[in-house]
Ligand binder design. Sequence first.
Ligand code: PMP
Length: 407
Amino acid sequence: MDGTTQQSDFRPAGRLGSIGVSEILKIGAAAARLKREGRPVIVLGAGEPDFDTPDNVKQAAEQAIRAGKTKYPPLEGTPELKAAIVEKFRRENGLSYAPDEVTVSSGAKAILYNAFMASLDPGDEVILAAPYWTTYADIVRIAGGTPVDVVCREENGFRLAAEDLERAITPRTRWLLLNSPSNPSGAAYSEANLRPITEVLLRHPHVWLMSDDIYEHLVYDGLAFVTAAQIEPSLKARTLTVNGVSKAYAMTGWRIGYAGGPKSLIAAMAVVQSQISMACSVSQAAAVEALNGPQEILAERRLAFQARRDLVVDALNAIDGITCRKPEGAFYTFASCAGLIGRRAPDGTLIDSDAAFCRYLLEQHDVAVVPGSCFGLAPYFRISYAASEDSLREACAHITRACEILS
Ligand code: PMP
């Protein structure tokens, strides 16, 4: 032994392929590094409400701990939480699910993972409406499936056009994954927007629908949220309706997601979950209170987010070179920076892509935002406005200044 540490070469599994650490996390890490160096970086990259978890929910968790709810919970969720979810789907979505048609996991992300692991064989295709949360494509790949991107053009409100969906469907299509309101575009589907999509699905009975409704409660200007299984009951037998408490109740760290769907799929998802992990017992008790307790907080926070959206959209649209569609929901703006491409910063830096623009904003103007290319649509950038109005105002002032000095 010569005293030096032996290095062993780690060979990652082939299934990881091109899957790396998410670009969003990398931007977060770069912003954190600059902050440590003393730079006043405003981070508008995270998909996380800045509000705190409501007190009644925290108290329910404390009580659960004291009552000894600290053992392994049932595989698919506690009976109390499953009952609260059944009631939530009935009350808010007009959907009737039996307890064995709902399941609970450690976040909606784990729900998606279980569903794809339980259903995809190599070569099976999943249609994703770009721009989309990149995790979708990566989970599909890990599960052995093939993501198929269909671009949702800004002219169509970043919504999936029925004819584009129709064209993308093949005999290998297993799922369409739809996310309304959308991360990253904020686009939401009214009943009239959703109807043409459900009509296409009715013509293709082999295609199932995964409806990611995690931003359900963040819809603005009085838009009525609708989910596919609700407006088209005949699709319910092949729809997985996905939701969770992370965004609505500011509970991202509690890790509770849930879904309603046909019994056979829910049972297959439980097989996957049985070999990973069920959701934390204490968090499940907290989620019961979130779903069954007072709901006033949802409307209050919705109004706060709507005011922040308006602030950011107005500020962005006042900038030469940027245009920003007013999103209907979630807490993201997805603005075009097409008008800035080809311009140069005073130090000569060429803005030749949305990624270059976001790098320039971070490195020279202390604002962290995420390029649209990370979500499958360029040249755009996503701002998460889950931040105080003061920091949003300051960030917009930085972006305005950054753009003004481009030539
Ligand atoms: N779906 C979408 C569209 C999201 O943006 C997120 C969180 N970024 C999730 C699902 C997952 O939420 P969680 O795992 O916290 O429930």
